[in-house]
Structures are given as structure tokens and as C-alpha cells.
Ligand binder design. Structure first.
Ligand code: SER
Length: 394
């Protein structure tokens, strides 16, 4: 099942069950929104999950692009991505969590052909504020799925305050042979779908206020679902990433981990640029800059002559079209190449300054400020250069 068929199958399943399709928003939330990027499918629906009536009704379905920098250090493993697409369904006070789990299992097994024997669930086991999610536990027993209770991993919130609640996650077995263990004991269980029962609003003081209506918010990573339906072990082996892996492998032959990191960071940068963000020294632009620089550092690890100007417009265009972005690939490539040039300039200036001023690689707090204020060298870049310098001295 290719990407478009996967999306269509998901949306049609929910439409046939009375859900209306909502349009996804960009990665950039509207003005006044406290978050920097859209991080979950529910994000644009926050006020409706807190009780405002949605103009399209009480059952919704959609697909939303998301960006998460919290997982940056995990990139390179089988399942984490910086930018990804999230398939979502919502019941705004209409049906309850157990019904959502029933829909979910039906869609995974009958719609996407996954085998029940290769699925596992987790549920909220309770803490000092909220009791265990017995109804979800019983629902999984009824449906015949093995289930494991956990605490932190089964509570979802979009931030320190706001709507939140217990969730139930569905995992798929990605190992060879028969599944063994549970999601907390064997990482070959990959989480693909989260069903959250939004029942509370968390206040500043940490207390929980029950919402006037209980809603359900589900989110499934499209790339992870495709990993499961393709029967492969990593999101990088799905057809979403094939063009990236093919081109970067042919061009530069990096090792597998590097190939994944470079693909993730460059592809994510393309999408962020496609949503109108440009590299800068603050806010969203800085997130983009950091992401791109991490990608470049990885790209140059084995060969510093590699350059983003070698990326084909077809590759950039493929990503833009998968995310429905209407911007010329050449424009995106120009932004990438200009930022690469700037980074190269900073690196060579930083290297020669460090060698001249701090040949031992010992810097005080004041030195960092000096390099930043007088020479425009950001602290994290200096830290990387110091590591490089000290490594060279050993
Ligand atoms: N908000 C939940 C998540 O992002 C379910 O969509 O996992």
C-alpha cells in the first residue's frame, strides 16, 4: 500500500463511520499560539477538545504534519522522525475511548491487513491523581489483544497545562518470528497509534480539572503505519524515504545511521522551508538552522566536500508534493545552499579563532560570550568546535 492509498484508507474508514474530514494546518501555528511548531494532530483542535463546538461536528478525521525536536537524539533508530505526518481521528464528546479502540483494531486488521497476533496494547495503570484505565484494559481483553499497564507512558498532554488524559497505545511487532515480551521489555515492539481520552484540563498548580465533556484524540504516525504494512523494520525502508535513501546512497554512500540522520534532517528542513520558515538566529528560524546544521555536520563527517547543491530538484520536489506544499524546489534548494555557505564561513572563522585564542580548548563563560557577541559564533557551534579541537589534540 503506497502513501496515498494508506491515507485514503484511513480517511475513508472514518468517513464511513460519520467523521468529517478536516484540513490539516501547516507546521507554523497561528499568531498568539504558545507553541513554536505544530507537534501533534490535536494541536489545531485544542479549543474544541476543551469544549467549544467544532463547525464540522463532533466526529472528525484528518492528517496533520508535525515537527518534534524532543526526539532529535533518537533520530537514526528505526522509528523516530523530526517531521512526520500524523493520521488522526477525534470524537468531541460523541463516543468514548473503548469505541475508539474498537475502531482502531478493526481498521488495523481489516483495513490495513495487520495480524492481531503481532499487536500489543498498553493502558494507563493509574497514579496518585487518577485511577487505572480499567475500561480500556477490559476492552483489550474483550478484543483479544495482550495489554500492559504503564504510568508515565500512558498519560498524554500537549504541554504543562491544558487538555490531557490517559491514553492507550497500540504497538506492532517488528522483530523476526513470534512476538516476545511486552512494549516496555522489548523495543522491537514499535508504537504506532495513540488513543487519548481527553478528560481533564491541567492547571498551573498541577491539579486536574475534569472537562465538561470527555473527548477522544487519536494519532498514528503515517510513516510508522507504513513500516507495519510494508512489513519492514524501519520507517526509512518505506516508500516515503526511498527517494532520499536512493539519492544520498548513490551520491555519498554514508553508513546506515548517517544516511538516516541526513535524510531525516534534510527532508524535515525542506518541509519547514516549504511552510515559509527561513533560517535565522531566533525562534522557528533557529530551530531550522540547528536542524540543518546538524544534518550538514553529519553529511560532512566522512567527506567535507559534499554539498547541498548536489541535491536534485526531483528529490526536493518529491518531499514537497508528499506534504502538499506549493513552493518551487529550486527556491528551497537556494535556501539550503545559502545556509550551507553561511555555516561553512562560520566554521572556518570559528576554527581559526579558537586555534589562535584558545589552542588548548579551554574556554571560560566569558570567552563564550565574547565569541558570540563579537564574532557572531553561537555557543553550541563553539562547543562543537572545542570538541573537535580537543579531539585533534589527543
Ligand atoms: N495527541 C496524541 C499524540 O500526539 C494522540 O494524537 O500522540
Amino acid at each position: 500500500m503506497d502513501m496515498n492509498t494508506t491515507i485514503r484508507t484511513f480517511i475513508e474508514f472514518y468517513r464511513e463511520r460519520g467523521h468529517r474530514l478536516i484540513e490539516g494546518s501547516t507546521l507554523v501555528p497561528p499568531d498568539g499560539d504558545p507553541v513554536m511548531f505544530t507537534t501533534a494532530g490535536m494541536h489545531p483542535l485544542t479549543r474544541y477538545l476543551e469544549g467549544d463546538p467544532h463547525p464540522l461536528g463532533r466526529q472528525l478525521v484528518g492528517i496533520q504534519r508535525c515537527l518534534r525536536t524532543t526526539d532529535l537524539d533518537e533520530i537514526g533508530d528505526n522509528t523516530h522522525l523530526t517531521v512526520f505526518q500524523m493520521l488522526g481521528s477525534w470524537s468531541l464528546g460523541e463516543y468514548d475511548g473503548p469505541q475508539s479502540l474498537r475502531f482502531g483494531l478493526e481498521l488495523l486488521c481489516e483495513g490495513f491487513g495487520l495480524r492481531k497476533e503481532r499487536l500489543h496494547a498498553t493502558v494507563f495503570g493509574g497514579d496518585e491523581q487518577v485511577g487505572p484505565d480499567v475500561r480500556s484494559l477490559e476492552t483489550w481483553y474483550e478484543l483479544g489483544l495482550p495489554v500492559e499497564p504503564t504510568v508515565e507512558d500512558n498519560w498524554w498532554s500537549n504541554g504543562p497545562t491544558g487538555p490531557c488524559g490517559p491514553d492507550s497505545e497500540i504497538f506492532v511487532w517488528t522483530g523476526d518470528g513470534r512476538p516476545v515480551g511486552t512494549p516496555t521489555t522489548d523495543d522491537r515492539w514499535a508504537e504506532i497509534w495513540n488513543h487519548v481520552t481527553m478528560r481533564y484540563h491541567r492547571l498551573e498548580d498541577g491539579s486536574l480539572q475534569p472537562l465538561t465533556q470527555s473527548s477522544v484524540d487519536t494519532g498514528m504516525g503515517l510513516e510508522r503505519l507504513m513500516m507495519a504494512t510494508h512489513g519492514v523494520r524501519s520507517v526509512f525502508e518505506t516508500d516515503v524515504f526511498r527517494p532520499w535513501l536512493f539519492e544520498l546512497h548513490n551520491r555519498w554512500q554514508p553508513d546506515t545511521r548517517s544516511l538516516r540522520i541526513i535524510s531525516d534532517h534534510l527532508r524535515s528542513s525542506v518541509v519547514v522551508i516549504g511552510d515559509g520558515v527561513r533560517p535565522s538566529s531566533t525562534g522557528r528560524g533557529y530551530v531550522l538552522r540547528r536542524l540543518l546544521r546538524r544534518g550538514l555536520t553529519e553529511m560532512w563527517r566522512d567527506d567535507s566536500s559534499r554539498t547541498l547543491s548536489e541535491l536534485s530538484e526531483d528529490l526536493i520536489g518529491d518531499t514537497l508534493s508528499r506534504f502538499g506544499q506549493d513552493i518551487l524546489p529550486s527556491v528551497v534548494r537556494d535556501v539550503l545552499v545559502a545556509e550551507e555557505r553561511k555555516f561553512c564561513g562560520l566554521l572556518s572563522r570559528g576554527r581559526s579563532l579558537l586555534q589562535r585564542l584558545y589552542p588548548e580548548g579551554r574556554l571560560t563563560e566569558q570567552d563564550y560570550w565574547y565569541l558570540h557577541d563579537t564574532h557572531g559564533l553561537p555557543r553550541d557551534l563553539v562547543t562543537d568546535l572545542v570538541t573537535e579541537l580537543v579531539g585533534g589534540l589527543q
